[in-house]
Design a protein around this ligand. Structure first.
Ligand SMILES: [Zn+2]
Length: 195
């Protein structure tokens, strides 16, 4: 008889070391990958502002993330379907860049203006283990690049200045406290002090 074990995934917040670990490549799509994808999608959908989520944010060091694609109809943003990326790679990045505000489900309360390539060409495995290539532009490119960063252990706070880190020291320190369960001194004294 097949034994069913339910894995409970929880969101990892800023300060959790797993968010800084580069991930491992996925070798095949099995039950654990499928259950991870389901959980990533649920966590993303449960959060109104959630348009993407990467495996390290649920404490799993695997090269997997999900994004909710959007498309513009005139000037209206329409939410599209959820896309799954497994072992994604960036093949091309446009030289043209665009600045835009980004939040992160692992760093609630913080918004960072990040400059990203406007257009990218990517290659990825999907849930059927097919290798597919796609071109992403604008918002969809931004969300992909944000989630792709998570796979390398990069966070939006890495794009900010020391002044920004100082201004948000309390918010960040509270997240570190939440992650570690230990009290943290609410003072920013250097980039590494609270990571
Ligand atoms: Zn994020």
């Amino acid at each position: 008889m097949k034994e069913e074990t339910e894995v409970i995934f929880e969101t990892c917040y800023y300060g959790n070391p797993i968010l800084r670990h580069p991930v491992e490549l996925v070798e095949r799509v099995d039950e654990s990958v499928r259950s991870l994808v389901t959980s990533l999608t649920t966590h993303m959908n449960n959060n109104k502002a959630g348009v993407g989520m990467a495996a390290p944010q649920l404490g799993v060091s695997s090269s997997v993330f999900v994004c909710r694609h959007v498309h513009m109809i005139g000037r209206t943003v329409k939410m599209g379907r959820v896309k799954v990326y497994i072992n994604p790679e960036i093949l091309e990045k446009s030289l043209e860049i665009e600045a835009g505000d980004e939040g992160c489900l692992s760093i609630p309360g913080i918004t960072v203006n990040v400059k990203r390539a406007k257009k990218i060409k990517v290659r990825t495995r999907n849930l059927n283990w097919e290798l597919v290539e796609e071109t992403l532009t604008g918002w969809n490119a931004r969300v992909f690049l944000h989630e792709f960063d998570h796979l390398q252990g990069v966070l939006i706070t890495d794009y900010t200045s020391d002044q920004f880190m100082q201004e948000h020291a309390t918010t960040l320190a509270r997240l570190v406290e939440k992650s570690s369960g230990k009290p943290v001194i609410y003072q920013y004294v250097g980039r590494d002090s609270i990571q």
